[in-house]
Design a protein around this ligand. Structure first.
Ligand code: COA
Length: 623
């Protein structure tokens, strides 16, 4: 009996060991199987009882091994809650209390921001109606199409998406073009972040204005920089003919959109198009150049010249359907790859196409993070109405960083620039924030810090509020100091330009002159650039630049009125809305939404980490 028991225990022990090994070593299951079979035959009953105990032991062991294995995996593959919280908890907490001496400045900023936000809401409301109520009625009832915003609701996973430059096209020399006639943004389809470009046919038949070309090119640039797949909803009468000279011949005009489609395809950035209205002339190339295209029966047509032009040229009456409808392009021309009998079916088809792209959606990681210790609503009192109303930028950072925690770099050196590390909704970022004029020391520190971030592959978040004008030198020594500063700023500019990490710029105050380049302005290609509504964008500040001479004689009066006129012009051209209308940025965002928008951008940028990127090849060419 004793011999039998000791044999049994030995076999069990072997089995436990083997099981533990087999659990994590794929090479040994057959060995385990054969041992189990022997056991089964010889000691069947006893084996069953002991098996229960074995299973318990195995479970405990495998838990331990699994835990050990998890510890060895890169942190982003396992829940990194514990680690993240451990490290960030030790960053110092910023003191975000607003000293009472600043109270009057705070109040003044608050008043200004309430007024600009009111204007911002009015403009957004206006833009949300596209070409206006009559045009929407004509579009939906006569033409039986869905309004562009309804289309997006059907296409995207969530109703909320990051809309880019919604105010583009307002109050331009050639009039108002709501949303530049084309909605662009980034939303999730089948769990994957995608850039979309959707014509709004309620704005002059979806025809393309110069600002519409600029908006589409910017959306494509974002898609390329962040490797985001792109979806085009095409419903466009082609070029807006009265402005043809501004649309056609130059490098960054209409044709660039088609050029980019080929380049993006060669970069392995997939592109899908839906023909959901008329696609005439230039509009016809967008879907034809896309990698896969869906056309919707009855409402989708695609041709280089429409029925009126055919009639004028040949005298022949031809219906849009016969000339370039869904059946023709699906069965005869091959310009489209999928036929959809309704809009709903078309967007479902897009989702199916996207699920064939072999794209890995972002893993659904739940990262726990602390909110800032101070209310984000107070940012409205800190967003300066002018440079003179600027308060210490750490008051702003304390309302934007997780837990108001900030690991400052060179806290006591070059203090007119604040640099350091923090988290935004769990994402580690390097922060470069204006805190006064960009002095020599501040620029050196900025350059050093930007290189650190680049070295460590940490995205950089610029908070820009640059000085409206540089003080004129009044002595040789001051002139020398200015030259040194110039040199240091040039170094920082070079560091910013060449930092191979994602960059996001938020203009929280002034975007003036050359310092704005150093702080990663538009020409330094940040992945995203947003303005707060109080922001002012100009080479010089109208409020500081002029000293108007007193009117004594007629000449002086003329000068005075000219200067006043120039000042008014500058004042108007400096507003955030003027900038956004011209697409000098990716949109105006509310200060209290900054954390959400920045976190969304960081997540979008992150998506490419999960793609298998193979070298550029040839584009997909339609056969
Ligand atoms: N340039 C300038 N304006 C244009 C335009 C163009 N290419 N195409 C349409 N519009 C304007 C129309 O004049 C109309 O303006 P209004 O509202 O001020 O009257 C508005 O867009 C809507 O056009 P409408 O024809 O009423 O709408 P629709 O939905 O029935 O048809 C189109 C839309 C685009 C299919 C149709 O207008 C069309 O075929 N346009 C010609 C397209 C063309 O030949 N383009 C060549 C570009 S190179």
């Amino acid at each position: 009996m004793l011999i039998l028991l000791s044999f049994l225990l030995r076999v069990m022990w072997n089995n436990i060991t083997l099981c533990s090994i087999c659990k994590f070593s794929p090479s040994s299951p057959s060995l385990l199987f054969s041992r189990s079979r022997i056991l089964h035959h010889v000691f069947e009953r006893k084996y069953k009882d002991l098996c229960k105990q074995t299973a318990q032991i195995l479970q405990n062991r495998s838990c331990q091994v699994a835990k050990r294995t998890c510890n060895m995996l890169p942190s982003r593959l396992v829940s990194n809650k514990a680690k993240y919280r451990r490290y960030t908890k030790t960053y110092p907490v910023l003191d975000g209390r607003i000293p009472t001496v600043y109270q009057h400045v705070f109040e003044e900023n608050l008043r200004n921001n309430k007024a600009v936000i009111q204007r911002y809401s009015e403009l957004l409301e206006m833009v949300s109606k596209g070409g206006g109520e009559n045009a929407i009625l004509r579009h939906t009832q006569r033409n039986k199409k869905l309004f562009v915003r309804e289309r997006l609701k059907m296409l995207l996973d969530d109703e909320s998406f990051l809309e880019l430059s919604p105010l583009a096209g307002l109050n331009l020399p050639y009039g108002d073009v709501p949303a530049a006639g084309c909605l662009t943004g980034i939303g999730k389809i089948c769990g994957v972040w995608c850039v979309f470009m959707a014509n709004d046919a309620t704005v002059k038949g979806g025809t393309i204005y110069p600002i519409g070309v600029k908006k589409q090119l910017r959306a494509q640039e974002i898609a390329m920089q962040n490797r985001l797949l792109s979806v085009y909803l095409v419903d466009s009468g082609g070029a807006f003919l009265p402005l043809q000279s501004e649309l056609f011949p130059d490098k960054s005009d209409g044709g660039r959109v088609f050029y980019n489609e080929a380049i993006m395809s060669a970069m392995k950035i997939p592109q899908v198009a839906v023909v959901c209205g008329s696609c005439v002339a230039g509009g016809a190339y967008v879907p034809t150049m896309a990698e896969e295209t869906v056309i919707i029966d009855k409402i989708g047509t695609l041709f280089l010249a429409g029925p009126p032009l055919v009639k004028a040229a040949t005298g022949e009456d031809v219906s849009p359907e016969d000339l370039g409808g869904a059946k023709l392009h699906s069965k005869v021309s091959g310009c489209s790859d999928h036929f959809a009998s309704s809009e709903k079916e078309a967007y479902e088809c897009v989702r199916n196409i996207i699920s064939t792209l072999n794209y890995e959606p972002l893993p659904e990681e739940v990262i726990e993070y602390d909110g800032p210790l101070y209310s984000s609503d107070e940012l409205l009192g800190l967003a300066p109405r002018g440079y003179n109303y600027t308060l210490p930028v750490k008051l702003i950072l304390s309302r934007l960083m997780d837990g108001s925690r900030f690991q400052e770099f060179k806290a006591d050196y070059g203090t007119t620039l604040v640099t350091g590390f923090g988290h935004v909704e769990g994402h580690l970022v390097g922060v470069v924030a204006s805190n006064g004029e960009l002095s020599h020391d501040a620029s050196l520190k900025g350059g050093h810090f930007v290189q650190l971030c680049s070295q460590r592959s940490i995205p950089i978040l610029f908070f820009q509020n640059t000085a409206p004008h540089a003080a004129e030198p009044t002595s040789i020594s001051q002139a020398e100091a200015h030259t040194n500063r110039l040199k240091a700023q040039a170094s920082m500019m070079a560091a910013v330009a060449c930092a191979a990490v994602p960059k996001i710029t938020v203009v929280i105050g002034g975007c003036y002159g050359s310092e704005s380049y150093v702080m990663c302005g538009r020409s330094f290609s940040p992945n995203f650039l947003f303005l707060w509504p109080n922001a002012r964008v100009a080479l010089v500040d109208s409020r500081h630049f002029f000293t108007i001479p007193k009117a004594e004689d007629n000449d002086c009066k003329e000068d005075e009125s000219e200067l006043n006129h120039l000042k008014e012009k500058l004042e108007e051209e400096s507003s955030a809305f003027y900038s956004s209308a011209r697409l000098w940025d990716d949109g105006v965002i509310l200060p209290q939404n900054t954390r959400k928008v920045v976190a969304q951008c960081l997540e979008i940028i992150n998506q490419q980490k999960y793609q298998v990127i193979s070298p550029c090849q040839y584009p997909v060419i339609r056969m």
